[in-house]
Design a binder for this molecule. Structure first.
Ligand code: CA
Length: 373
C-alpha cells in the first residue's frame, strides 16, 4: 500500500514537473512568437493613434465611469503614449443610448455600457449582463472568461462589427428602496417602482407597475410619491444618491440583478487596424478594468452598507421567501417567452443554463457551503 501511494505520489510529482516543463516551453514559444510579432513590419513605434470612448454613464460616474478613465490612463502608459483614448460621459459627445450604433458604425472606436441596454436590437444580449435569479459575478466571469460564454457573445455582436468584452461588474445589487414593508406578493400589486429591463417585466407579471425614470430624477420622484419604490445599484451608489433620506426600508437580495456585468464594445475594423501589441494592450487592459470595477464595488459596498444602517438608521430587510418564490416563477415565464420567440436567445440561454447547472454543483460544495460555516 505504502509502495503504491509513494509510486502514485512519484507519478504525480513527475507528471507535474513534466507539465511545468511543457508550460515553460509553451511560454517560451509564445514569447518567441510575440517577439517575432513585435519585430514585424506592421508595428511602427512612431505611429500614434487617437481614439474616442463613449460611455453610457454620467461623466466620471463613481466606479463605472472612473474605471473607464483609469483604463484610458493604463492603455496610454502601457503603449508608451502610442494609443490615446479620450473618454466621454453620456451625453457629452452623443446621447448615452446611441453608444452601440456609434461604435458599430465606426464613428467612435469604443463604448462602455451594459448589454441589456441593447435588448430592443439584440434580445439575446440580455444574458450577457444580468438576468433575474441568474448567475452571480463569480459565475458570470467564469462563464464569460473560461466557460465559452465569450465565444457566443462575440458571435452575437459580429454582424454589428463589434467586439464585446466583459467590462466591469456592479457586484450583487440590492433589492431596492421601499416606503412600506413587503410582507406578501400582494404588497407588490399596484406598486410603482423604478426597475428597468427584465426585472421590470417580472414585477409587471406580479401586478406591479415598472416605470422608467432617468437616474437624476429618481430621488425627487420618490420624495414626491410619483414612484413608491426604486432599485438602483448597491450600498455605495445608493448612498451617494441619498435614497436613505426619502425611503425607509432597504430590501435584499437584488433578485433582479444578481451581479450586473458591464460591457466594453470595440469597433472590429478599428481594432484589427491596430498593430498587434496595441490590440493585446486593449484586451488585457479591459480584463484588468473588469476585475478592478468588481473589487471596487464590493469593497465600497461593504463600507457603505455599514454607514447606511449605523449612521443613517436605514432598516435593512429581506424579501420574504414567498415573495422570492413567486418572483422566481414569473422570471421563468419571462425567460420562456423570450427564448420561444427568438432563436438567438434560445441558443445563448441553452449554453448559459448548461454552464449554470454545472457550476452550481461546484458552488454548492465550495462558496455556498463556505458561507454557512
Ligand atoms: Ca440596478
Amino acid at each position: 500500500m505504502k509502495n503504491k501511494t509513494s509510486s502514485r505520489r512519484k507519478f504525480i510529482t513527475s507528471s507535474s514537473l513534466a507539465l511545468s516543463a511543457s508550460f515553460v516551453s509553451l511560454a517560451s514559444c509564445s514569447d518567441k512568437k510575440s517577439e517575432s510579432k513585435i519585430n514585424s513590419p506592421n508595428i511602427n513605434f512612431n505611429k500614434n493613434y487617437k481614439w474616442k470612448m463613449v460611455t453610457t454613464w454620467p461623466p466620471n460616474f463613481p466606479v463605472l465611469g472612473e474605471g473607464c478613465n483609469i483604463l484610458s490612463k493604463w492603455i496610454n502608459k502601457m503603449s508608451g503614449g502610442r494609443l490615446e483614448i479620450k473618454v466621454y460621459g453620456g451625453g457629452e459627445l452623443i446621447p448615452s443610448l446611441e453608444c452601440f450604433d456609434a461604435v458599430s458604425s465606426g464613428a467612435i472606436e469604443m463604448g462602455s455600457g451594459a448589454s441589456y441596454y441593447w435588448a430592443g436590437k439584440v434580445p439575446a444580449c440580455q444574458f450577457f449582463s444580468s438576468v433575474p435569479f441568474g448567475m452571480n459575478p463569480l459565475q458570470m466571469n467564469a462563464w464569460l472568461i473560461s466557460g465559452g460564454g465569450n465565444d457566443l457573445y462575440k458571435e452575437l455582436y459580429d454582424p454589428f462589427d463589434l467586439i464585446p468584452f466583459p467590462g466591469g461588474n456592479t457586484s450583487m445589487q440590492m433589492g431596492g428602496w421601499f416606503n412600506k414593508e413587503i410582507n406578501s406578493i400582494q404588497d407588490l400589486k399596484g406598486l410603482k417602482m423604478r426597475i428597468p429591463g427584465f426585472g421590470g417585466k417580472v414585477l409587471s407579471k406580479v401586478g406591479g407597475s415598472a416605470v422608467t425614470v432617468a437616474g437624476g430624477e429618481i430621488y425627487t420622484n420618490l420624495e414626491r410619491g410619483v414612484i413608491d419604490a426604486t432599485e438602483w445599484i448597491g450600498p455605495y451608489h445608493d448612498y451617494l444618491m441619498g435614497f436613505y433620506q426619502v425611503a425607509k426600508y432597504y430590501y435584499y437580495p437584488g433578485w433582479h440583478e444578481p451581479g450586473g456585468v458591464l460591457e466594453m464594445i470595440v469597433n472590429k475594423k478599428k481594432f484589427y487596424n491596430l498593430p498587434s501589441d496595441l490590440q493585446e494592450i486593449i484586451i488585457h487592459g479591459i480584463e484588468a478594468m473588469n476585475t478592478w470595477m468588481l473589487c471596487e464595488c464590493d469593497s465600497k459596498n461593504s463600507i457603505y452598507l455599514n454607514k447606511l444602517v449605523k449612521e443613517k438608521g436605514v432598516i435593512l430587510k429581506q424579501f420574504p421567501e414567498e415573495v422570492i418564490k413567486e418572483l422566481k416563477r414569473k422570471t421563468n415565464e419571462v425567460i420562456d417567452e423570450l427564448v420561444s420567440n427568438d432563436e438567438k436567445s434560445k441558443k445563448v440561454f441553452q449554453h448559459y443554463k448548461k454552464f449554470r447547472e454545472s457550476i452550481e454543483e461546484w458552488s454548492a460544495v465550495s462558496d455556498k457551503m463556505y458561507y454557512t460555516l
